[in-house]
Write a protein that binds this ligand. Sequence first.
Ligand code: ATP
Length: 286
Amino acid sequence: MLRTSAKVNLALEVLGKRDDGYHEIATVMQAVDLCDRLTVETADTLSLVVSNPALPTDDGNLIVRAAARLGEAAGATKGARITLDKHIPVAAGLGGGSSDAAATLWALNRLWGLRWSRARLAGLAVRLGMDVPFFLGTGRALATGRGEQLEPLPGAGAYALVLVNPNVPLSTGEVYGRVPAGWTAEARSTRRMVEALRTRSARTVAGALANNLESIVEPMVPAIRHMKSALLAAGALGAVMSGSGPTVFGVARSYDHARQIRSRVNRAGWSCWAVRTVSGRVIRAV
Ligand code: ATP
């Protein structure tokens, strides 16, 4: 069985729209130990069983797409029986589908005996989604370009976070579609976060949290502001939205502190988790 981590964006800046229709971004991605569980077993044909009935089990699921793409590219004719135990909220800005897709590529590479390198898997991963290659790597990276150009940021401390999700799904495409024409920004906050991580101080990292999509998402989902205020009132050192939202997260002084904050912000209608950042390989066999 594999544990497939969610991610948060410690800093995220949309820098502008590219001619190819994508947005140029700069972000610091961080894996956290809120995980889905994926089991991949030998079978003649490809099948997927998912614990969350709201998710598709056909080509609409990134797991099936990842398996099909890898099978085509490698000329593999074998199948697999894949079971997904879903814990990461869907359409939440936590990259759950991308993480599942990366774990699928990693597991099938082994199951089918393909012996593809991580770099070769990453080349296929990016065609499934810009966030997918991150999950094949280590727990923290600076991502630029469309989000697919990764520079690992190793050894910059471990942090405890509190995630809060309002149980309202939000489409990444819809949020990016609302970025106004002519939007430009510089990657200052992202560079500041890279510097802050070097100090290994939770307080400094909390002071450098940034996401310039918040101004677009807050009017759509008023809960964002309420969740951030609740985290700060409960003692978080800083709070920000992850990715294109609507999940927000706060930085705590320690894991115990994160659990205290979680119990204080636990409101009806919101889901909360105290988590730790993941360092080392994101995909882990258990
Ligand atoms: P990101 O942070 O990368 O934008 P997200 O966390 O906002 O991602 P996901 O949970 O990855 O969003 O999924 C968004 C959409 O992808 C949903 O509409 C969902 O139906 C579809 N999807 C396909 N496969 C999966 C999967 N394995 N897990 C979750 N969602 C999936």
